[in-house]
Write a protein that binds this ligand. Sequence first.
Ligand code: ZN
Length: 511
Amino acid sequence: MNIQTRSAYDLLIAHLKDVDLLCATKKLLTWDQETLLPPGGASASYRARQVAQLARMIHERMTDRRVDEWLSACEADGLLTADADGAAAVNVRETRRQYDRATKLPSRLVEEIARVSSESTHLWAEARKTNDYARFAPTLQRVIDLCREKAACYGHAPGGEPWDALADGYEPGCTAAQVEQLFTPLRPRLVRLVDQLLGSRHQPDDALHRLKLPKEQQRAFVTDVVCAIGFDFERGRLDESAHPFCLPLHRDDVRMTTRFADDMVHDALGSTMHEAGHGMYNQNVPGGEHVGTPMGDAVRLSIHESQSRMWENHVGRSLGFWRWCHPMLSRWFGSATAGLSLEQVYRSINLVQRQFIRVEADEATYNLHIMMRFDLERAMMRGDLTAGDLPGAWNEAFSHYLGLRVPDDRRGVMQDIHWAQAMIGYFPTYTLGNILAAQLYEAASRQLGDLEAQFAAGRFEGLRHWLIENVHSHGMRYRSAELCRVVTGEPPSVEPLMRHLEGKLKPIYGL
Ligand code: ZN
C-alpha cells in the first residue's frame, strides 16, 4: 500500500476512535438515566436534550465528507484490503456500510424520527397504563409512516421488500425471505411440541414461581452465579433497572442491569444470566489497537443474542447447572428454599405455559411470540396494515399462533416498547439468536465433551473460552450467518434448536 493510503487509513481510524468516545459518553448517560437519575423535576427532559445533542454530534461526524474521501482512498488500494478477513479490510468494509446508510437519510428525517419516537414512547407508556390504544394509535401511525419513508431512502434489493431495509440496520444483510426460510418450517414444529407438552399428564409444578424471597438475598445469589460463570466484575457492573439491559462503554467497562421482585427469583436469575451473556461477549471482543473500531466491536444482534440466550437457556436451565446451583439456594435463602428438591427446581425452571407476555415466555413458546410480530411488521411496512387495524390483526395472529384470546391491548399489541421507539425489523433477531445459540452450543459440545458434567462441577470456563476463541475474538470480522458457517460448518438451521427443545422438555413432561 502507498503512503497516501496509509495516512488515509490512519486518519479514518483516528476519526472512528474519536466518534467512539462520543458514543461511549452517550451510552453512559443512557445507563445513568435508567439506573440513577433522580426522578423529579426536569431531570429527564434535560437528559433527553443531552443525549440528543450527542446523537447529533455523532451523526455529524459519521457523515463527515472526509470519511468518504478516506474510505475511497483505502478502497482504491487493493493491498490494504487484500486480506478480506484482516482488520483493515473489516474496518473499511463496515465503516463504508455505516457511512452509506447514515448518508442515505436526510437529516430532516433523522431528526423527525428521533422527535416522534421519543414522543410516542412517552405516549405508549401512558396509554399502556390505562389500556387506551386509541390514544396511542395516531402517533404510532406517524411512526409507521416515517419508518416506511426511511425504508424507501435505504431501498432494498430487487425481489426484496421494505422490511428488509430496516432489518438490515439490526442484522446486516438480513431479509424477510431469509427469515421466512427459517421461520416457516419452525412454526408447525413448535406448535406441535407445545401441544404435546401441555397435553401430557405429567405437568411440572411451579414451585420456583411460588417462592417469595428478599431482594437483597436475590441480588447476592445472582451476583454469585454470574461471577462463577465468568462475568468480570473488575471490568463491569451489575445494577437495577425496570428493563434489564447491557451497555458496553468500553470492553473494560461493561454496564449491565437486572431486576428483582420478591416472587420472581427465576426471572432475576434468567435476566441476569442473559445480560451476563451479552456482557461477557462485550468484555472479550478484541482490545488494544482495535478499541473503537469495527474490529473491536461485536457482530450485530443475532450473534449477540445467541450469547445471552446460551447462558440463560442452554446453561441456566440445564440439569447440570442446577446440580451445581441447587445447593447455593440454601446458602443464600436458608430455610425458605429448604423444601425444594433439585428435581422440582429443574422442572419448574423449564415450565411451559401459553401466556400473553413475550418477555415472560418460556423457551418453547417464545419464538411463536416473535413470529407473529414478524408477520405484522412486514404488513405494516408494505402499507397493508395501519395503526388503526393493528389491534385486530394482533389478536387474530395471537390466537392463530398461541391459541389464546387476548383480553386487552395492554397484554396484547401495547406490551412491547419496540414499535413505539420506531424499532421495526428488530424482533426476529431474538429468534435468530435462539437458533444460533442452539447451533453454536451443539458445536461446542462436540468439541468440549459433556458440558453439563462440567457445569455440575461448577466449571464454566470451558464453554466460556470456547466462545471467546470462536465468537468474541473475531470482532466484526464475519456477518452472523457467515460466522455460523465458519464455526459450525453449516449455515443457520432450526434443527439444533428443535433437538435442544425436544431433548430437554419431552423427558420433563414424561414424553
Ligand atoms: Zn438480549
